[in-house]
Design a protein around this ligand. Structure first.
Ligand code: NAP
Length: 288
């Protein structure tokens, strides 16, 4: 079983070492260290646990992290003012807005207020557009994390069949595009797709980004496929992914566990995106 597992800790360790060494070099050169601002409005346990992980990661690689906790009742004007303040600060390289936003705040409206050069999770329409046009852009960190696991599986995607379950803007769609960039033939399925198993069971690489505990069964998977499980769910046995892990492990060639898989690398990719932002100068871009 061990050699079938694509472990997040192994992949993250390599990426974090690179980030750490780069930041150490900046320090040696007398430069400031990269700075990330995280804005949370959500008090939920999942959000608090995410922030805890973010603090640990920033400490590990040497990134300066500023945590802003706004009240859930924050108005969109207040939030926009706060974002604009950090857009203007040349000492801040990246701005991360914790999702989900409170229900009275329109996500699409707020995201547009982040300076695209500081949009380290690739959500601003400027970055999204450039990404799909194949231009320089920030790409959502979870999608980048998935690609690191495919790389670690040593599978060349050229000509391979990839099926992505889920079509969200943060995972399903960007991951499909990244696989397309690697010359795979890509299909996306979703909640309205008919006969999903017949599509997923063609996949050389199956990527599940749904949010439904153990949805993907053995008969959904081609024998010896590489399976990347992005889902994070709770069921009566505890934390689990979208894939029925225990019943497919002997069927696949490689698989990511949950926990211990994709989630572990997501913040490592965030740190890499932050370095890109740092190197672009951290200046505000006047879009309008
Ligand atoms: P999302 O926005 O809710 O999207 C879920 C997608 O799954 C939608 O496209 C939906 O289809 C599709 N879907 C739902 N039920 C389905 C079914 N029965 N069969 C096929 N497709 C179905 O979720 P997300 O933000 O992409 O997140 C997906 C999962 O990844 C969640 O468990 C989340 O917690 C996890 N996540 C993990 C990380 C990480 O770092 N590991 C980071 C972020 C999120 P429709 O479009 O038709 O509704």
């Amino acid at each position: 079983m061990e050699n079938k597992l694509l472990l997040g800790k192994d992949i993250a360790a390599q990426i974090d070492q690179k980030t750490h060494d780069t930041i150490l070099e900046y320090k040696r050169m007398g430069k400031r260290v990269p700075k990330l601002v995280n804005i949370s409005m959500n008090q939920a346990a999942a959000s608090a646990s995410y922030v805890k992980g973010l603090i640990k990661k920033c400490e590990k690689v040497g990134v300066d992290l500023e945590l802003i906790q706004m009240d859930e009742s924050v108005s969109d004007i207040e939030l926009i003012r706060l974002i604009h303040k950090y857009n203007q600060m040349t000492s801040v390289d990246g701005i991360l807005l914790q999702m989900p936003l409170p229900s009275h705040i329109k996500k699409e409206k707020i995201i547009k207020e982040i300076d695209p050069k500081k949009d380290v999770d690739g959500m601003h329409p400027y970055n999204v557009g450039n990404f799909y046009l194949g231009q320089k852009s920030f790409v959502p960190c979870t999608a980048l994390s998935v690609m690191e696991f495919i790389k670690a599986s040593h599978l060349d995607l050229k000509g391979k069949e990839v099926v992505v379950i889920g079509r969200s803007n943060v995972i399903g769609k960007p991951v499909a595009q990244l696989c397309l960039n690697e010359h795979a033939s890509v299909t996306i399925v979703h909640s309205k797709s008919a006969d999903i198993e017949s599509i997923t069971s063609r996949a050389d690489v199956l990527i599940a980004a749904v949010g439904s505990a153990r949805l993907v069964k053995r008969n959904w998977i081609k024998k010896n496929a590489v399976v990347i499980d992005v889902g994070v769910n709770m069921d009566d046995k505890g934390l689990c992914g979208d894939v029925d892990f225990e019943n497919v492990i002997d069927w696949v060639s490689k698989i990511t566990p949950v926990p211990g898989g994709v989630g572990v690398v997501t913040n490592s990719m965030l740190m890499q995106n932050l370095l890109i932002a740092y190197n672009s100068g951290g200046k505000s871009w006047n879009m309008i």
